[in-house]
Design a protein around this ligand. Structure first.
Ligand code: IMP
Length: 502
């Protein structure tokens, strides 16, 4: 007979934290939100990778591209760039994020000298950029031959068929700088010469980046930034259990710092094979997570197979319909608790700590604190990040409200069949496991993340915890009844429109 779990599974909204004594020195600014995200041995100095805030962005087309990876790493978190795209495209995104230097923008509006004014106008219309680099081959890394800004032409006077070479500001009239200068030096040149942008070239005269006057203030040092030894941003990438022998080397060559096998159900021999292949090829040099699982057995299988971290969650994602379609999964809070218990047992038994990541189902900021308190070492979020300027999707006005697009990897739009692979030949998705949706637009990532992290810090102080491990050790959680959930919101008052929170 089938085995039936005695306890029902629960979601985050069914729990609250009961405060502990707050010591005087336990204040939000004393809270350290950094967390280890890859396996380490008891007694060893450190996990080989820590993040400065305990959040990572989901391995999804509508969430994690190079722009998100840059924005999130600058705030101390980490993105896993989506793998449901050709290998070259994903590697290029990783490379772009790794090459990022605050204030130095790789030009993405470029033309060759033979292009016409009509081409310039079309690029301007499409990208909104008014500075367009002219390079010998029209690429971002070609030899710089000139620059076009709106000061170089008058639409009413210059016929649209005119070649760029005839009206651009040619290279010998440009102020430029050599690769290697600092942002503040570049800024001095911009101010001394009263210019709006400064092209940066290498010793061969090839364009490396542009520095814009307006960017300087936005790019002050950020103490939380997640940087590698060479001061480049740290970037992750998703892989699958089909083309890993080609994808993994390409991502590593592009500079990916950590990989994660992306699957809705990670308790499989394909994940074992993928992890083992990586270990055979690279030993422990490559950091790779696996998942998703929802119980101790799944955790142990992937930990034994060599996963550096294990991702937890099936069916809890906001765009996910896996539970409805296939009847598999588990309430996210219960899944995190079960896997956290297995991780602790594994640690006691083997002396190896394998961090776990709670993936999906975070609706309110406090759910993040609950996930951490229940044992998650870090959290993966899709919907949360999809709402920000930095996510790759379009911002639209729908019924008078700004929204961003957000679609699941198992939706017809993404068709990420490798994530829902059941091993059949041909790689088809027979049915959808995700939906295509909108989420309310919420502005800049940093502004929102700062508030969410402030709430976590504050709750941790209420629990008397200054670090995530301390929170996990000390937290006391209580299951709440349906009526106490109602009591928890504003109730029995008529709220003023302006006071409503989203
Ligand atoms: P969210 O933060 O609740 O929006 O959940 C994001 C998570 O949902 C991702 O990290 C994935 O684990 C999962 N996910 C992404 N796309 C799909 C899908 O199409 N179906 C089911 N789960 C998905």
């Amino acid at each position: 007979m089938a085995m039936i779990f005695e306890q029902e599974s629960r979601t985050f909204s069914e729990y609250l934290l009961v405060p502990n004594l707050t010591p005087r020195d336990c204040t939000p600014d004393a809270v350290d939100l950094s967390t280890a995200i890859v396996r380490y041995r008891k007694g060893s100095a450190e996990s080989r990778l820590r993040i400065n805030v305990p959040v990572v962005s989901a391995i999804m087309q509508s969430v994690s591209d190079a722009g998100m990876a840059i924005a999130l790493a600058r705030c101390g978190g980490l993105s896993f760039i989506y793998g449901s795209q050709p290998i070259a495209g994903q590697a290029e995104m990783v490379l772009k994020a790794k090459k990022y230097k605050a204030g130095f923008v790789v030009s993405d509006s470029n033309v060759a000298p033979d292009a016409t004014l009509a081409d310039i106008l079309a690029i301007k219309q499409k990208t909104g950029h008014s500075t367009i680099a002219v390079t010998d081959d029209g690429t971002a890394g070609g030899k710089l031959v000139g620059l076009v800004t709106s000061r170089d032409y008058r639409i009413s006077r210059v016929p649209t068929a005119t070649r760029v070479r005839e009206f651009m500001t040619p290279f010998d009239h440009l102020v430029y700088a050599r690769e290697g200068i600092t942002l503040s030096e570049a800024n001095d040149i911009i101010w001394d010469n009263k210019i709006n942008q400064l092209p940066i070239i290498n010793e061969n005269g090839q364009l490396v980046a542009l520095v814009f006057r307006k960017d300087y203030d936005e790019h002050k040092e950020n103490p939380m930034e997640l940087l590698d030894r060479d001061k480049r941003l740290i970037v992750g990438a998703g892989i699958n259990t089909r083309d890993y022998q080609e994808r993994v080397p390409a991502l590593l060559a592009a500079g990916a710092d950590i990989l994660c096998i992306d699957s809705s159900d990670g308790f499989s021999e394909w994940q074992y094979d993928t992890l083992q292949w990586i270990r055979r090829q690279y030993g422990d040099r490559v950091l790779v997570g696996a998942g998703n699982v929802v119980d101790g057995e799944g955790f142990r299988y992937l930990a034994d197979a060599g996963a550096d971290f294990v991702k937890v969650g099936i069916g809890g994602g906001s765009i996910c319909i896996t539970r409805e379609q296939k009847g598999i999964g588990c309430g996210q809070a219960s899944a995190v608790q079960a896997v956290a218990a297995a991780r602790d047992e594994y640690f006691l038994e083997t002396g190896v700590y394998v961090p776990i990541c709670s993936d999906g189902g975070i609706v309110h900021d406090y759910h993040m604190t609950l996930a951490l308190a229940m044992g998650a070492d870090f959290i993966m979020l899709g919907r949360y990040f999809a709402r920000f300027d930095e996510s790759p999707t379009r911002k639209l006005l729908v019924n008078g409200v700004y929204v961003k697009e957000y679609w699941g990897e198992g939706s017809n739009r993404a068709r990420n069949w490798q994530r829902y692979d059941s091993g059949s030949e041909g790689g088809q998705m027979a049915f959808e496991e995700g939906v295509d949706s909108y989420v309310p637009y919420a502005g800049k990532l940093k502004d929102n993340l700062d508030i969410s992290m402030a709430k976590i810090r504050s709750t941790m102080c209420a629990c008397g915890a200054r670090t995530i491990p301390e929170l996990q050790e000390k937290a006391r959680l209580v299951v709440v009844s349906a009526t106490s959930i109602v009591e928890g919101g504003a109730h029995d008052v008529i709220q003023k429109e302006s006071e409503r929170r989203s």
